[in-house]
Design a protein around this ligand. Structure first.
Ligand code: CA
Length: 243
């Protein structure tokens, strides 16, 4: 068991596997992540990446899509056959359909090159927090200054007032909250909430998300909890008050 402090992770014990064939990019990631005390392993091919995942059991994987021997998309599918390790894809491909495809295949997050150091570090922390929560008992209650969501009672309060959700809104919220911090694609949401025959109906999700935001958010135009990933889907973000 790796030691994790109550307030966050001890980065020294966090092992990151970098699968990236661009040596300049590899170097950039190494300098940045070593500077934050992460324990690193770098490989330049998909084949080595899959082997190392089994061998060193990383806490998180940073994966380039354009690899010399196999597409990164295939790497995600292969690793997902036996591992739930968080995978953040780092790629120059900025097409929405590429992002959607790799997230649908089981990647946890996607960063488009070029990206800022702080953005990458934030995504790593988020993915680790998400992985950590999965291994703990399910959180049934989310509590911030203005919002309380209690999934065990199926109730929600905003500024102390009970908010009524429709069954569909509730299911969407529950789905997103069960994957806190992770981007869920339209397809994933449609499949889980409406069923497999609805996976093309992106507007269903958009309409219900707009309603949910009006109920949950103080400022629906600048949401704090239900974030949009343009053209891809949604992400639920929540900082629970520490008691
Ligand atoms: Ca590459």
């Amino acid at each position: 068991m790796k030691s994790k402090s109550q307030w966050g992770y001890m980065n020294k014990s966090i092992r990151i596997l970098i699968i990236e064939d661009d040596l300049q990019m590899q170097r950039f990631l190494q300098v940045l992540l070593k500077g934050h005390d992460y324990d690193l392993c770098c490989v330049a091919t998909a084949y080595e990446g899959i082997l190392k995942t089994a061998e060193i059991k990383p806490d998180i994987i940073l994966l380039d899509l354009g690899l010399p021997d196999l597409d990164g998309l295939e790497v995600v599918s292969k690793i997902r056959e036996w591992s739930t390790v968080p995978i953040i894809v780092i790629s120059a491909r900025d097409q929405e359909k590429d992002k959607v495809k790799v997230l649908d295949n089981g990647a946890d997050d996607y960063l488009t090159k070029p990206f800022g150091s702080s953005e990458l570090l934030a995504r790593i922390r988020l993915a680790l927090r998400h992985a950590n929560q999965q291994s703990q008992p399910k959180t049934h209650r989310f509590e911030s200054e203005e919002l309380v969501i209690d999934f065990s009672q199926r109730l929600l309060w905003r500024h102390g007032e009970l908010v009524h959700l429709t069954p569909t809104e509730y299911r969407i919220l529950h789905l997103l909250a069960s994957h806190i911090g992770k981007v869920l694609t339209y397809r994933q949401i449609l499949k889980e909430v409406w069923g497999a025959s609805y996976i093309e109906q992106n507007h269903y999700v958009r309409v219900h998300m707009a309603q949910l935001r009006h109920k949950l958010e103080d400022n629906p135009a600048q949401p704090r909890y239900l974030l949009t990933e343009v053209g891809i889907g949604y992400r639920f973000q929540f900082e629970t008050i520490q008691h």
